[in-house]
Design a protein around this ligand. Structure first.
Ligand SMILES: Cc1ncc(COP(=O)(O)O)c(C=O)c1O
Length: 377
């Protein structure tokens, strides 16, 4: 099992596993989706249950474009959007359309471990690029470009998983320049872009898609419910055309037509906006609780940056510590975390670990972090 918490595996009763990066039950709003579903069924046309347009239902894309224009503070056109079954499916699809087995993909070191698996499923070869508090180090990227010719560069620009940091304006601009010069496609996984708890993050790559060197992956998993399996890819006309020419959508039409109707109503009724406001307030408070608890219980052993959005704290221990070696003790003490080496494409970063505040309320976070203090005592 490798300490990985899978999506269908609930932790044993009494365990507070801070490795789980999924929302707590109180944030998964059945009532909200009931209201949106009723609005859909009250107005549904039988053809709403047909395959649906390949890029996604026009009414959904318009609602999403309106929502993103508000969230990104920039005009998002419905014509730049392509519906997906979430960011993971979006990445899988981009790998199918733009990658060829044996191609090189640059990923951040660290990065989202399940993205590694998706990219490797396509025979893509991963090369890690170091990050710092300003995101992917574009100076290190430039050095690596002397040796490698990547097809894709996969980044998580805002409220990184696991790092929690945001890529700076300057790094975003430099990455775009390098993409144009070297002809690689930037795949920006922007699933946390709208989950900011203080100031707004730098502009999404989704607002820089004009030049056909970048695709932005978005998702309703973090701002509504993972189970909707709904997300989007945002891209310029050339790239979007290539997505539309794919056999899978030619045969199957819209990737998740039904869920898109429900989410369209959630947007049109203002329910999504209200929920995201609530999520920001709840997560902001949880960050504060986790920060205080960490200072009390692990402050003498680890360092970290307090996240300003997203789901994660990324803790750095002394180089001599391999956090994976503490997973059994964590289990015994009824807690849990994700070991750092999971987030390295070549098994490094063993002296780090990731904690999430998404799955537990404030009391559980206090107790879970206190247990973590005992694990590393
Ligand atoms: C960076 C990143 N990308 C993608 C996902 C999964 O997104 P989705 O549920 O839309 O497939 C996650 C969830 O943890 C994530 O952290």
């Amino acid at each position: 099992m490798n300490g990985v918490v899978t999506f269908d595996e609930a932790p044993p009763a009494g365990t507070i596993n801070l490795g789980i990066g999924q929302p707590s039950a109180d944030l998964l709003r059945v009532d909200l989706l009931r209201e949106a579903s009723e609005a859909f069924f009250n107005h549904a046309h039988p053809f709403d249950l047909n395959y649906g347009a390949q890029a996604g239902d026009e009414r959904f894309l318009e609602a999403l474009a309106g929502y993103l224009s508000g969230g990104y503070k920039a005009t998002v056109s419905p014509d730049s959007l392509f519906l997906t079954a979430g960011s993971s499916q979006g990445l899988d699809f981009v790998s199918t359309v733009f990658g060829n087995s044996g191609d090189t993909v640059f990923v951040e070191e660290p990065s989202y471990f399940l993205a590694f698996q998706i990219l490797r499923d396509h025979g893509l070869r991963l090369v890690g690029v170091p990050v710092d508090d300003d995101g992917m180090r574009t100076d290190a990227l430039e050095e690596l470009l002397k040796e490698h010719d990547p097809t894709l560069v996969y980044v998580i620009p805002s409220y990184h998983n696991p790092g929690g940091h945001c890529m700076s304006h300057q790094r975003r601009a430099r990455l775009m320049e390098l993409g144009r010069q070297h002809g690689f496609l930037i795949v920006a996984d922007e699933v946390y872009q709208l989950l900011h708890y203080h100031e707004e993050p730098p502009p999404a790559f989704g607002t820089m898609i004009d030049c056909d060197t970048v695709l932005s992956l978005g998702s309703f998993s973090k701002i509504l419910a993972p189970g909707m399996r709904l997300g989007w890819i945002q891209g310029g006309p050339g790239l979007r055309k290539r997505l539309l020419e794919n056999g899978f959508v030619s045969s199957g039409g819209s990737i998740n037509h039904y869920a898109s109707h429900i989410v369209r109503h959630a947007i049109d009724l203002g329910l999504l906006e209200e929920l995201v406001r609530e999520l920001r307030a709840t997560y902001r408070d949880r960050v504060e609780v986790m920060q205080e608890s960490l200072e009390a219980h692990l402050g003498h052993l680890a360092t970290w940056q307090r996240p300003r959005g997203g789901y994660f704290f990324w803790l750095r221990f002394d180089e001599s510590i391999d956090t994976a070696a503490f997973l059994d003790k964590a289990r015994e003490l009824q807690t849990g975390f994700q070991a750092g080496s999971l987030f390295s494409c070549d098994g490094r970063l063993g002296n780090y670990l990731r904690l999430s505040f998404a799955h537990y309320d404030e009391d559980d976070i206090r107790e879970g972090v206190a247990r973590m203090g005992r694990v590393f005592a």
